[in-house]
Design a protein around this ligand. Structure first.
Ligand SMILES: [Zn+2]
Length: 317
């Protein structure tokens, strides 16, 4: 796994470790909830093998990341974009790398205690977890979580006999997860994975700021690479593109705005650009996800609160 990560400024081994640590912490929070609390979310929903799959997926979710975006892969007709038919190119590539590594681990061979990792359901779970990290599909997941929260509010309102507008923080023991639903298991794991993948935006600001700079550095490297290939035109603003920043990673201009990179070959650090791009990133990705996660699992509301604080701090810089 260690050797499988490249020395990128952001998508490197430490991002995988950071994501893994966050997932472990979230599982710990779920396990530590007061079971008598009306806000309890059943942590037993994930059995030990589910957790093993989740942790492995976290460690391997960016394996072999080249420090370039899906959009560049697609625009340049890279071999990977052809191999994966422009569908979640990097995420499928990470999955492939993880599969190759696991195939060489003796303790996972047939007959061992952990060989069950290759059971169909576990493979399906790992695939869904890693593909969920494609940010082009981010809003789909957030919408899915919001819908669950609305249904839960409705159930609670009906249960309490009050009107429909019950505050989301008042979720009762009515669960938003069906114990026998594999789709719900995948959704909960995706929620945990996605929160962990961008958990650096919900860490104390000084730590979060360092991750943001690393991410910006990686994008600057991509800009230099594009310029060296004479692809500067990919960075130009498309006046027909969506100007309200609806999150679609296939929209190059929006992508540039999100990562705060210059739309020309000048890759000098632009701190004012970084702060404004961070605000866009928080408002588009982090805050909606952490809000939806906190509505469903109140024990995770601290991520929402910290992301709001960090966003305000970026705004005031
Ligand atoms: Zn990641």
């Amino acid at each position: 796994m260690i050797q499988g990560y490249l020395d990128n400024p952001y998508h490197n081994l430490w991002h995988a470790v950071d994501t893994c640590q966050s997932t472990f912490y979230i599982l710990h929070i779920l396990d530590s909830q007061d079971k008598a609390s009306p806000l309890f979310v059943n942590a037993d929903f994930l059995n030990p093998m589910d957790r093993f799959v989740l942790i492995l997926s976290c460690l391997g979710h960016d394996l072999g990341h080249p420090g370039l975006t899906n959009k560049l892969m697609s625009d340049t007709n890279s071999p990977l974009s052809i191999l994966f038919n422009d569908q979640s190119i990097l995420e499928n590539y990470h999955l492939l790398n993880l599969t190759i590594i696991l195939s060489h681990v003796d303790s996972l061979t047939a007959g061992s205690d952990l060989a069950n990792i290759y059971a169909a359901k576990n493979k399906e779970l790992a695939i869904s977890i890693i593909l969920a990290t494609d940010m082009a599909r981010h809003s789909q997941y957030v919408d899915l979580l919001r819908t669950r929260a609305e249904i839960l509010d409705r159930k609670n309102a009906n249960a309490s006999g009050s009107d429909y507008s019950v505050p989301s923080s008042k979720h009762s023991s009515v669960s938003w997860l069906s114990s026998d639903s594999f789709e719900d298991k995948k959704l909960l794991c995706a929620l945990i994975m996605k929160c962990s993948d961008i958990s650096n935006t919900a860490r104390p600001f000084k730590i979060s700021e360092r991750w943001a700079i690393h991410f910006s550095d990686e994008m600057s490297n991509q800009t230099k690479f594009e310029c060296s290939l004479g692809l500067a035109s990919l960075l130009t603003h498309d006046s027909n593109s969506n100007s309200n920043s609806t999150l679609n990673s296939n929209d190059g201009s929006c992508e540039n705005q999100l990562v705060g990179r210059n739309e020309d070959c000048n890759t000098a650090t632009n701190l004012s650009g970084l702060s404004s791009s961070q605000v866009v990133f928080y408002n588009t990705f982090s805050i909606p996800l952490f809000k939806a996660a906190g509505d469903l699992i109140p024990a995770l509301s601290f991520m929402y609160k910290q992301s709001l604080f960090n966003c305000e701090t970026w705004k005031n810089m």
